[in-house]
Structures are given as structure tokens and as C-alpha cells.
Design a protein. Structure first.
Lengths: 183, 181
């Protein structure tokens, strides 16, 4: 949709702007820029979380995960993932960039400890325009920091404290790891 | 061509909210980093310019605008097609001078300020939506039109409406035109 395109352009400019002004090009300085982006994403995620319909804000207890052997792992069908899945779908996972329909991002917790969720998106919209393959791997984390903050912010509005990190091995596929921090 | 997103019922405005909230966070960050309002305005304008130079391609790909023959047609398309497509609003167009190269876009409703009540204290010269000016300027430049785009009135500063002024700087040369915004 057109307004999704506007957001993508704005996001690209934000990353470029914050990076250009980074006073310290070393890894330490880069971390500051990344945390600034993540912080911005957090604020936006909190505000967005408040705007989600009432029913998604009711967090029910986790149900035991359903086994889905065909996917080679356990797909968590619990309310938490559905809530995040809904939000993700709207946030960007549902935006198609070419004529084929976008694949739905996959949740799985194969071999993960309790309380860890992984969101895998094989066609992440903010990376799709960059490259397809291993090119620009070092640049990719900059474009994921905002989204990590966004997820963390939305979860915090739902009352869930979490830590969200992102990793990418091949553009435009990326994985977001959400670790729920129990009080 | 982009495929329209599948929208689930109950989430009609998430994408627009995402853009508006992100823009707000960006302005807040710039205000933190720069003390002077002029610097913030300048950076917003520059960022908008970069976005506009790319957005115009996206716009031309999505819309089927025909070739324009006058500045007023171009301004009309910006207001009725581009603004509608990206922000969901249709500003009113007025022409400000007899030589027909100065126009105004009057925004009765501005989605960018939906969550803004007032400008922060000590920031009275901040042009909150200066990104829009940069976007229009960048987009026009990509179709070989130089223009000055500024805010003439701003609701956040106490005016009754928000008005963006576009002043086209050069007379068009018909032969060079390929596509018009």
C-alpha cells in the first residue's frame, strides 16, 4: 500500500541520517546509533500497542504448543504469538513487494528455551529493496534495530517485558528473537 | 507493481499510524540533538528532499498521470492524486499571483499532527511538517522543475489553517518534458 511505501522511505532516511551524524564510527559509536534507533522504535511500539483493538490486549496464559511436524519444528499457536502475528501482519509482513503474495512470517520455537520466540520473515519489507543474498550483510542490522524496538514497545504495552534481537544470514530473510523476561 | 496489502478487519489505520508515530519520534529525536529550530527544520527539509526524489518514482509507477502542461495542473495533481495516495487527504489549491507560478496547498486536516497537541516549549519556530516541503521539492526536482516550497501558515503555530506555498522558479521548456508529476 502507498502509505507503507511512505514509511519505508522514511525509515531508510532515518537510518541514513542517524548513521551520518554518528560522531564515533567505531563499533562503540555504532552501538549508540543502534540503541537510538531501537529507542525510537520502542516509543512508537508503545504508542501503536495502545491503538490495537481491545481484544488483542487481553493476554491469556500460554497454551501448550501444537506440534506441526511438517514444518520441522513446533509452531507456537498460543495467544501471544497470534497477537504479535496480527500486529506483524499489519506492520509490514503483509506488504507484498512483487506480484506473488507475501509469505506469512513463521513463528517457531524449535530448540529454544521456554519463553523464547523466534519470528522469521523470509521477505522482510525493509530489506527487500536492498538486496537478495549475502550482499550488505553488515548493513542489515541498522535496518532491523527500529523494528526490534517496535516489537519490544508493543509487547511492553501488553504488559510483557522482553528483549528483542535480530539476526540476518541472507537478505531479505531475517529472524527476530523475542525473549520474555519473567518478573 | 505492488500488490495491495491484505488488511485484516479492525486494523484500518495501522500503517498510517506507524508512519505518523515514527515521524513524531524522529522529530523528537532531532529536537534532542539540535538546539536551534532552524537546524531541525533544515534537517527535516533535507530528509524530505531525499525521500521526495525517490517517492516520485513510486508515485509515477502507481498513478497514471497524464502529461501536464501548466503549473496549475501539476499543483492540482500533487494535491488531488499524490496527497490523496500517500496521506489520504486532498488539500485545496489556490493560485497566489497573476503570473501563475505561485500556488498554495491549504490543508484543512493534517494527518501528520494527529497526535500532536502543541509544539514543545521553547520550539516556537519549529516547522513540524517540514518533511512535506522537502518531499514536494525533491519530487519536483526529479521531473526537472525547480521550486521553493515552504510553510506559509501552520496550525500548530496558531494559524487557522496549514498552508504550504509552492513557487515554481523557472519557465517550463516544453521540449524537455517527458513525464510530469
Amino acid at each position: 500500500m502507498a502509505d507503507a511505501a511512505l514509511f519505508e522511505f522514511l525509515h531508510t532516511e532515518m537510518v541514513a541520517e542517524l548513521w551520518a551524524r554518528a560522531p564515533d564510527p567505531s563499533p562503540g559509536g555504532q552501538k549508540t546509533s543502534l540503541s537510538v534507533l531501537e529507542g525510537m522504535g520502542f516509543r512508537v511500539g508503545q504508542a501503536l500497542g495502545e491503538r490495537l483493538p481491545r481484544e488483542t490486549l487481553a493476554f491469556r496464559e500460554e497454551q501448550p504448543p501444537k506440534e506441526v511436524p511438517a514444518l520441522g519444528g513446533r509452531v507456537l499457536d498460543c495467544p501471544l504469538t497470534l497477537q504479535i502475528g496480527d500486529h506483524w501482519d499489519q506492520r509490514g509482513g503483509a506488504v507484498g513487494s512483487c506480484s506473488r503474495p507475501p509469505p506469512h512470517p513463521q513463528w517457531y520455537t524449535a530448540l529454544c528455551p521456554q519463553g523464547t520466540y523466534i519470528l522469521q520473515d523470509n521477505d522482510f519489507p525493509l530489506l527487500v529493496r536492498m538486496a537478495a543474498g549475502p550482499q550488505y550483510l553488515e548493513e542489515a542490522p541498522k535496518f532491523l534495530a527500529f523494528t526490534c524496538g517496535l516489537l519490544r514497545g508493543t509487547l511492553s504495552t501488553l504488559g510483557i517485558k522482553s528483549l528483542v534481537t535480530a539476526s540476518v544470514t541472507t537478505l531479505p530473510a531475517c529472524k527476530f528473537q523475542v525473549v520474555i523476561q519473567r518478573a | 507493481m505492488s500488490r495491495p496489502a491484505q488488511r485484516r478487519p479492525g486494523y484500518p489505520k495501522i500503517n498510517k499510524d506507524l508512519f505518523v508515530l515514527t515521524y513524531g519520534a524522529l522529530v523528537a529525536q532531532l529536537c534532542k540533538d539540535y538546539e536551534k529550530d532552524e537546524d531541525v527544520n533544515k534537517y527535516l527539509d533535507n530528509m524530505g528532499y531525499s525521500i521526495g526524489t525517490r517517492l516520485v518514482e513510486d508515485f509515477l509507477a502507481r498513478s497514471c498521470v497524464r502529461r501536464c502542461h501548466s503549473y496549475s495542473e501539476i499543483t492540482g495533481i500533487i494535491a488531488q492524486v499524490a496527497f490523496k495516495m500517500y496521506l489520504g487527504i486532498t488539500p485545496r489549491v489556490t493560485c497566489n499571483n497573476s503570473s501563475r507560478n505561485e500556488f498554495s496547498l491549504i490543508l484543512e486536516k493534517n494527518p501528520l499532527v494527529e497526535f500532536v497537541e502543541e509544539l514543545p516549549p521553547g520550539r516556537s519556530a519549529l516547522c513540524y511538517c517540514n518533511l512535506l516541503c522537502g518531499i514536494i521539492r525533491g519530487a519536483l526536482e526529479m521531473v526537472h522543475l525547480d521550486a521553493d516550497v515552504t510553510f506559509l501558515q501552520d496550525r500548530l503555530k496558531g494559524d487557522s489553517v496549514t498552508e504550504i506555498g509552492i513557487t515554481f522558479l523557472k519557465k517550463p521548456e516544453e521540449k524537455k518534458y517527458r513525464r510530469k508529476k
